[in-house]
Design a protein around this ligand. Sequence first.
Ligand code: RM4
Ligand code: MN
Ligand code: MN
Length: 424
Amino acid sequence: MKLRENEINDHNNLLKGSHKVRFDFLSKLIPESESIISKLINFQIAIPSWALGSGGTRFGRFPGGGEPRNLEEKIEDVGLLHKLNCSSGAISLHIPWDVPKDYRAIKNLAAEYGLRFDAMNSNTFQDQEEQVESYKFGSLQHVNKAVRKQAIEHNIEVIKHGIELGSKSLTVWLADGSCFPGQLNFRKAFQNTLESLREIYAALPDDWKMFVEYKAYEPNFYSTTVGDWGQSLLFTSKLGPKAYTLVDLGHHLPNANIEQIVSLLLMEGKLGGFHFNDSKYGDDDLTTGSIKPYQLFLIFNELIDGMDERNMNHASGLGWMIDASHNLKDPLEDILQSVEAIMIAYAQALLIDRAALKEAQLSNDVTSAQEILQNAFRTDVRALVAEARFRSGGALSPLKLFREIGVRNQLIKERGSKTIATGL
Ligand code: RM4
Ligand code: MN
Ligand code: MN
């Protein structure tokens, strides 16, 4: 379904008055509000094609109906989100869940919605029907060369799809690891993986990046071959300048200091991409900002600090993506909430008085350092985020409009109540 222009206008006209009161108040308080708004307008977050249907757990799945049945409908859904919030101008595809049949038609469709293709994702964590070798005991790490070869070829295939669509990066997330002590020779697994990644790296076009995503555990529960940022950094450093580490917020052991990881990876010029979500325990893939919004803000603090230090463009310097998949909420509402939380954390981090923070750090004024950060975090910047969206032609309240016009019911009418999107 497509939104009609007047639906956004009518909605905005109703909310404009109260928005203006809040925005005028805030812009008086924040002298740099115009520059923050222009940064917010430029900031785009890619939507993963596998988050548009209801996510399942290993115990069950409760599809909500109207899920996209194919790649075209997935693009349509992201197009709808982008129309509402003007901040989701990219889609990230997972192969083979989303193999494009007609590149030109898919590219045209995406362009119609103002979308570009973000990182391509390979999948060597599941066996496909037509596949000869099994990934049960790993893919790029596998003891059997034929399995490694198949996984390498799959990744090269994914790059080829990406080239056709205009993507510029490949994300490799491996489920490889072991479930029991003694199952794996750690060094051999690392070396096999490195050798395989090198072959994939060799197939990358010059203007592409490879993101190596780490994850502490699951589906393997004793060891993961790319288990943390240190292991990922080891791989990406050995691979070369086009290889970067990707941080997925849910892929750490409990209480890991993710902001410190981000800071050091940026310092080394090796942070490449980001998967936003939130978690209480593990890779919970909950809505971004729903559990630990302060952590999200602290991460953005380090991102801005580290990117500014290297003169990186906030919008294009890293690959920004949501990687969440929900089994209770409407997946589109969930993504709207995630995008909003990311924009809020970004805006708040832009508010930080960096000169004063530096001063406080140099004089070991711990109290002031905390005050400076928390002053920014406790500022309600929602009117700034809404203003940025409004100026781009989006809805003042995307979620409200989504419900007012009954998007889910319309999608169910169009697609049926029993549709199931490819993905997890
Ligand atoms: C993994 C990881 C990857 C994602 C898959 C579906 O846990 O987060 O980024 O591609 O899930
Ligand atoms: Mn991820
Ligand atoms: Mn994950």
